[in-house]
Design a protein around this ligand. Structure first.
Ligand code: NAD
Length: 481
C-alpha cells in the first residue's frame, strides 16, 4: 500500500501531491491562471513504472476476485471522501462547472462506477459437455494494461479503463491527456492508497510518451479513448507487441427527430444530449436531423432551453456550461461556425465568442439551413455548436445518419416507440438511444463501429475484454451404472 494517506480537505491538498517545481504549466481554461506544473515523465520513468507494475501484477491477481472487488469498494469510499476537492480540481483544470452534469456529477460517477464494477461477476462457462468431454472456459488476467485517456471526462474515463482492468487481476499504467494531467494524477494517487504498491501507476506527458507506453513490450492490452487519428497509430503500434486493443474513438452522433415527436417535450433532453460538458463529449449529439413539419418548432424550443442555461466560470455555483477546454478545440468550434455562416447557415442563437468572459468562452450555438457535406455537419465539432438539418423523408434522414465513417452513438426521437425502434435498428452505431442521447450504464456495453473504434467497455462484455479466455478440457465422467 502507498504510504501517502494524508487527509484531503481541499484541491490544494491534491495539487500538493501531484505538482512539481519544474514541469509543464497547466492553466485554468476559465481564467487563464496557472493551476500548477505537471511532471514531464521520461522513458526512464516509463521503464520504472512498467517494471513495478509488472512485478506487482501476479500478487494482485493472486488475491482473487472477492478481495479485488473489496478493494474497488474501498477505492470508491476514498473517492467519496475526497469528492469535493476532486471536483474543484477537475473544474479548475478541465473547465467544466461544478454543477449541472459536470464536475461534481463526474466525481460521483467515478465512485458509482467503481461500485457497479465491483459487483460485476464474470462466471466460468461450460462451453462443451457432450458426454465425451467437458470444456470449461474462464478468463485469466492479461497482465499489464496501458490506459490512455482524453481531456473531456478525464476522471470518469480513467475509472472506466482502470476499474475493470483491476477487477480482472491486471496491473495498470495510466497516461492521462497532457491537457488534464493533474486531476487524473490526483485520482490515481487516491486509488493507489488502497492498492498494493506498483499495481496502479501513472505517467504524465504528451503523445510521444503515450506512444512509447502503448508500444512497450510488457503491455498486453491498451484501453484507449481519444481521437480516431491517434487510435490508428495505436493499431499500428500493436503490430509489434500484439497488445489487444479497446478503442473508443471520435464520433459524429446523429439524432433523428421523427415527425410525430413533441418539440417542447423533447427540447430539454435534446439540449443535454448535445451540450453536456459544453458539447465536449464523445457520444454527444453532434448533428440533428429534424422532419421539416416540426423543424421550426424544435429549433425554437431548443433555443429557448439554450438561452435559459447559465454559462460562466467553472467555480461559479450558478454555471452549468463552461469554457471550451483548450484553444485548439476553441479554434475548431469557432472555425466551423464561421464557415457555416459563410455557406449561408442561419445562426439561431450564439455564433460568436464571449470574449468578455475569457478567451475560451463560446456560447451554445444552433445553426440551421445547413446540408450534408457542410463541414459543421460532417466534422466532429466537439464543442458547443449544433447543426440542425431539415429533412422531408425518414429514409433520407437514415441515409444521412449512416453516411459518415463513424458510428459511436445515435438517437431517434418519437412519440411512437415501436416506430423509433424500427429506425434505431437501421442506424449504424454502437448505441442508439430512443428519446434521449448519451446516457451510459455500467451494465450496458458501450463502443463504436467504423471509425469510432472497436471493442466495448462496461458490463460483463467489458470484463471479458480485460481477460484472456482459457479453456480447460477434461474427459467427461463415465455415466453412473
Ligand atoms: P487525442 O487522441 O489527441 O489524445 C488522447 C490521448 O492519447 C492523450 O492522452 C494523448 O496524449 C494520447 N495520444 C495521442 N497520440 C497518441 C499515440 N500515437 N499513441 C498513444 N497515445 C497517444 O484526443 P483528445 O483530443 O484528448 O480527445 C478528443 C477526442 O477523443 C475526440 O475525437 C473525441 O470524440 C474522442 N473521445 C472519444 C471518447 C469515446 O468514448 N469514444 C470519449 C472521449 C473522447
Amino acid at each position: 500500500m502507498s504510504t501517502q494517506t494524508d487527509t484531503v480537505t481541499s484541491e490544494q491538498d491534491l495539487l500538493a501531491r501531484v505538482t512539481v517545481a519544474e514541469g509543464v504549466e497547466i492553466h485554468e481554461p476559465a481564467t487563464g491562471d496557472l493551476l500548477g506544473r505537471a511532471p514531464e515523465h521520461t522513458t526512464d520513468d516509463l521503464e520504472r513504472v512498467v517494471t513495478a507494475a509488472t512485478a506487482a501484477q501476479p500478487g494482485w491477481a493472486g488475491l482473487g476476485h472477492a478481495e479485488r472487488s473489496a478493494v474497488l469498494l474501498r477505492i470508491a469510499d476514498r473517492i467519496e471522501a475526497a469528492a469535493e476537492p476532486l471536483a474543484r480540481l477537475l473544474a479548475r483544470e478541465q473547465g467544466k462547472p461544478l454543477n449541472g452534469p459536470n464536475a461534481r456529477f463526474e466525481v460521483g460517477a467515478c465512485s458509482a462506477w467503481l461500485r457497479a464494477t465491483a459487483a460485476t461477476v464474470l462466471e466460468e462457462e461450460v462451453v462443451v459437455d457432450d458426454g465425451s468431454q467437458v470444456s470449461v472456459m474462464t478468463y485469466r488476467p492479461l497482465g499489464l494494461v496501458a490506459a490512455v485517456g482524453p481531456w473531456n471526462w478525464p476522471l470518469m474515463i480513467t475509472v472506466w479503463q482502470v476499474a475493470p482492468s483491476l477487477l480482472m487481476g491486471n496491473a495498470v499504467v495510466v497516461k492521462p491527456s497532457e491537457k488534464t494531467p493533474l486531476s487524473v494524477l490526483a485520482l490515481v494517487s487516491l486509488m493507489a492508497e488502497e492498492l498494493p504498491d506498483g499495481v496502479l501507476g501513472a505517467l504524465s506527458g504528451g503523445r510521444e510518451l503515450g506512444a512509447s507506453l502503448v508500444a512497450h513490450p510488457a503491455v498486453r492490452k491498451v484501453m484507449f479513448t481519444g481521437s480516431t487519428a491517434a487510435g490508428r497509430k495505436i493499431v499500428e503500434a500493436s503490430g509489434a507487441n500484439l497488445a489487444r486493443l479497446t478503442l473508443e474513438l471520435g464520433g459524429n452522433d446523429a439524432g433523428i427527430v421523427l415527425p410525430d415527436a413533441d418539440p417542447r417535450a423533447i427540447a430539454q433532453d435534446l439540449f443535454w444530449g448535445a451540450f453536456i460538458n459544453t458539447g465536449q463529449t464523445c457520444a454527444a449529439l453532434k448533428r440533428l436531423y429534424v422532419h421539416e413539419s416540426i423543424h421550426d418548432e424544435v429549433v425554437a424550443a431548443l433555443a429557448d432551453v439554450a438561452k435559459a442555461m447559465p454559462l460562466g466560470r467553472s467555480l461559479d455555483e450558478d454555471s452549468v456550461l463552461g469554457p471550451v477546454q483548450n484553444s485548439m478545440q476553441f479554434e475548431v468550434v469557432s472555425g466551423l461556425v464561421e464557415d457555416a455562416k459563410q455557406r449561408g447557415g442561419t445562426v439561431v442563437t450564439g455564433g460568436s465568442p464571449l470574449s468578455d468572459l475569457g478567451p475560451l468562452f463560446y456560447p451554445v450555438t444552433l445553426v440551421t439551413g445547413l446540408h450534408d457535406g457542410d463541414p459543421l455537419v460532417d466534422q466532429e465539432q466537439f464543442g458547443p455548436a449544433l447543426p440542425i438539418v431539415s429533412y422531408s423523408d425518414v429514409e433520407e434522414a437514415i441515409a444521412s445518419a449512416n453516411r459518415l465513417d463513424v458510428g459511436l452513438g445515435a438517437s431517434v426521437w418519437s412519440s411512437d416507440t415501436a416506430r423509433a425502434q424500427e429506425v434505431a435498428d437501421r442506424v449504424e452505431a454502437g448505441t442508439v438511444w430512443i428519446n434521449s442521447h448519451g446516457g451510459v450504464h455500467p451494465m450496458a456495453p458501450f463502443g463504436g463501429v467504423k471509425g469510432s473504434g472497436y471493442g466495448v467497455e462496461f458490463g460483463v462484455e467489458g470484463l471479458k475484454a480485460l481477460g484472456v479466455p482459457k479453456v480447460v478440457t477434461r474427459p467427461a465422467a463415465p455415466a453412473a451404472q
